[in-house]
Design a protein around this ligand. Structure first.
Ligand code: HEC
Length: 165
């Protein structure tokens, strides 16, 4: 092999990871080992929620594995299930004041089911991200996640959100 071909080969080897890259490689992972998958915004809407005490609008989206379980009434949710909660400040629509709409984004939270990795917390891994996708890495925060879900929705595999018809 002449040096030109060697050079072409080397260049393509070096270039390869960048070509595969795209948004997949930018997925960020929290200290809990849970990532925010880059395609979460394409998941299916499960239900919205209005937190009157916090003045938040939330939107819950689930991945295909979890949507399938919701639709077939399968509990517990299978491994591979993921659900995100997009949190926004509730705001009056600028065009129609009586309509309350998502305002400034507050956070993105995710729960991911892996019954082996997260055996200590009902099989669910928890993580919170800032609106720009960077993880909030605060273990003091994460020790609060499961206990609240556990004490309130143990009978629904620790998931609050029900499928909105
Ligand atoms: C004091 C109680 C409480 C704590 C602590 C808590 N949650 Fe929740 N979580 C809720 C409630 C209530 C809902 C459903 C309604 C809503 O959020 O508007 C919910 C919903 C969720 C959902 C959507 C799936 C579901 O169960 O409905 C995710 C994802 C989530 N929480 C992640 C987290 C993460 C990550 C933490 C820790 C950083 C956390 N939660 C801590 C009460 C809690």
């Amino acid at each position: 092999m002449g040096w030109i071909w060697t050079a072409v080969l080397l260049v393509s080897l070096v270039a390869a990871p960048a070509a595969v890259g795209g948004s997949d490689t930018t997925a960020s992972t929290a200290v809990t080992g849970v990532s925010l998958p880059p395609d979460y915004r394409t998941w299916t809407a499960v239900a919205p929620s209005l937190r009157t005490d916090k003045g938040h609008i939330r939107m819950m989206l689930a991945n295909p594995v979890m949507v399938e379980a919701y639709r077939s009434g399968t509990l517990p949710f299978p491994d591979g299930s993921k659900i995100v909660k997009l949190v926004y400040r509730a705001a009056a629509s600028p065009e129609w004041a009586e309509a309350t709409v998502p305002g400034e984004p507050v956070s993105i939270e995710i729960m991911e089911k892996d019954s082996k990795r997260f055996a200590d917390t009902g099989g669910w891994g928890f993580a919170r991200f800032r609106p720009d996708g960077t993880p909030v890495n605060d273990m003091k925060l994460y020790v609060t996640c499961f206990p609240c879900h556990q004490s309130n929705v143990q009978d629904h595999d620790f998931v609050f959100t029900r499928w909105a018809p």
